[in-house]
Design a protein around this ligand. Structure first.
Ligand code: NAD
Length: 491
């Protein structure tokens, strides 16, 4: 890992109406790089006043942006996509600085954001109006309209990708947007604003307001904001969903996860081991799609040894980044402590990781917990770190019972060489995104991203056509024109 953090006390302001606003009535939030704990910037702590200013600017911009033909709007997104592609390394550097993930991981997340942008540029092809002659001379037409000013609230683990799940589709469909990024990784958001502005987006069509709970509550409560997209933990997702819908807003809130990977006795040991390890320890386990429970079915125990060996090849500070903060590291390590106290075998122990030269960084090495029942909290709670809990089941049905009992439902995967087992698992697992021999089954666009159960509050997915539906309202126009002649087109 070549990334190092650059210490700076530079203020990155709110971005409202095309202006950077560095003043704050509520103080500033310091931003630390988890790579070495150094302070890499500050952002003002916004609240109701800043959200109100952003709504005014976004409302003014909507008057023009919302009425442009979609073909015209996506011209800006073509340019935006090109800028992201040209500068992918610089953007990835900033993502790595504030989040800690490796450069390759940052690049992959920016690339996924580019893919969503590409989908948004295809909307003129997708949004051709549907028209039908519903009775003689009577035509019914469905047209989609933007909602107005909408907002996105995003988590720390994907500073570029998660905002880009929302921004391109919401803008292409004619909305104007307010982003409230995670206060732990707020800097990439402003960079996205700069690229949108360079691409020619009118001032006020995209805004960034920094802050925490107060800014979020100001979004949920502001009558000028018509829809809220949220991605974060299930606890906060439910709060944001409830509060937004209570105010009559449309809301979609994606939450946390506990993803199960099922290994069948016929699985390819080599492919399975490297894939499980990549899923569990990529981005230091801080992905809502990360493997966190491994269920070995029947005689598949021999694969565990390979997984442990593969896991040893992943080293914090070398090919794995830190976890986001000291608080996160303490929380993750306390789960490992408790699993040990409960009688678990810690087959790989990632506690106490220290990276030479980066002693103040917040690292945890790959961990594997074995020997505890499915009811143990290490097998049920979202730990959100590089920790894999191993369970055993006699049959695939028993494994499915464990998976189905989880209150979450983001992703689940099976490793097998049997098509029947794969099909059965895909149908019976209680999750929105299923992998067969793929441990991070993120759907590629235009297939949409979204989980089930307690991993999502609201209806639909956040990207793809569901994203288009979420950010628009449809109007049905029925028209009758009476021809002056009795002739029809056949006479
Ligand atoms: P978080 O819920 O702590 O924060 C998310 C956002 O909510 C941030 O912008 C934060 O400022 C705001 N927030 C925090 N507490 C709040 C409160 N009490 N009231 C109002 N707003 C509040 O999540 P995080 O720790 O930043 O991100 C990690 C979580 O996000 C994990 O649970 C992960 O699974 C989840 N996640 C889910 C998906 C998905 O697609 N389902 C994708 C990425 C991350």
């Amino acid at each position: 890992m070549s990334t190092t953090a650059t210490t700076t006390s530079k203020i990155t302001g709110h971005y409202i109406g095309g202006q950077t606003i560095q003043d704050s009535n509520n103080g500033f939030i310091e931003v630390f790089s988890p790579i070495d704990g150094s302070m890499i910037g500050k952002v003002p702590r916004g609240g109701a006043d800043e959200i109100d200013q952003a709504v005014s600017k976004a409302q003014a911009a909507f008057l023009e942006w919302g009425t442009l033909p979609v073909k015209q709007r996506v011209q800006i997104l073509f340019k935006f996509k090109q800028l992201l592609e040209n500068d992918i390394d610089e953007i990835s550097d900033l993502v790595s600085q504030e989040n800690g993930k490796t450069h390759a991981e940052s690049k992959a997340e920016v690339a996924k954001g580019i893919e969503v942008t590409e989908f948004a540029t295809s909307l003129p092809q997708i949004l051709q109006q549907e028209t039908l002659e519903v009775s003689r001379g009577v035509y019914c037409e469905q047209k989609r309209f933007p909602l107005g000013v909408v907002a996105g609230i995003t988590p720390f683990n994907f500073p570029a990708m998660v905002p880009l799940w929302m921004i391109p589709i919401a803008l292409a469909t004619g909305n104007t947007f307010i982003l409230k990024p995670s206060e732990q990784v707020p800097l990439t958001a402003n960079l996205l604003g700069e690229y949108l502005s360079q691409a020619g987006l009118p001032d006020g069509a995209f805004n960034v307001v920094h802050g925490g709970k107060e800014a979020v509550e100001a979004i949920t409560d502001h009558p000028g904001i018509k829809a809220v997209g949220f991605v974060g933990s299930s606890r906060v997702a439910k709060i944001v969903y409830d509060r937004s819908t209570l105010q009559g807003k449309r809301a979609l809130a994606l939450g946390g996860a506990k993803n199960h990977l099922i290994v069948m006795p016929d699985a390819d040991p080599e492919i399975t081991a490297s894939n499980v390890v990549a899923s569990a320890y990529g981005c230091a386990g801080q992905r809502c799609m990360a493997a966190s429970v491994l269920i070995l079915v029947g005689e598949s125990g021999h694969i565990l040894e390979r997984i442990i060996n593969e896991g040893r090849k992943v080293q914090a500070g070398e090919n794995m980044g830190p976890v986001i903060s000291k608080h996160a590291r303490e929380r993750i390590e306390s789960y490992i402590d408790d699993a040990q106290k409960a009688g678990g075998n810690i087959l790989l122990d990632g506690r106490g990781a220290v990276v030479p030269g980066k002693e103040t960084g917040t690292y945890v090495n790959p961990t594997i917990i074995d020997g505890l029942p499915p009811s143990d909290k290490s097998a049920c709670d979202e730990i959100f770190g590089p920790v894999l809990t191993v369970l055993r089941a006699k049959t695939l049905d028993e494994a499915l019972e464990i998976e189905n009992a989880s209150p979450y439902g983001n992703a689940a995967a099976i490793y097998t060489t049997n098509g029947g087992s794969a099909r059965y698992f895909s149908d019976m697992a209680s999750a929105g995104m299923i992998g067969v021999n793929i441990g991070v089954p993120v759907p590629r666009e235009p297939f949409s991203f979204g989980g089930w159960n307690g991993s999502r509050f609201g209806y639909g997915d956040i990207t793809g056509m569901d994203g288009v539906s979420f950010w628009t309202k449809s109007k049905k126009i029925t028209t009758k024109w009476t021809a002056s002649t009795a002739k029809n087109w056949m006479s």
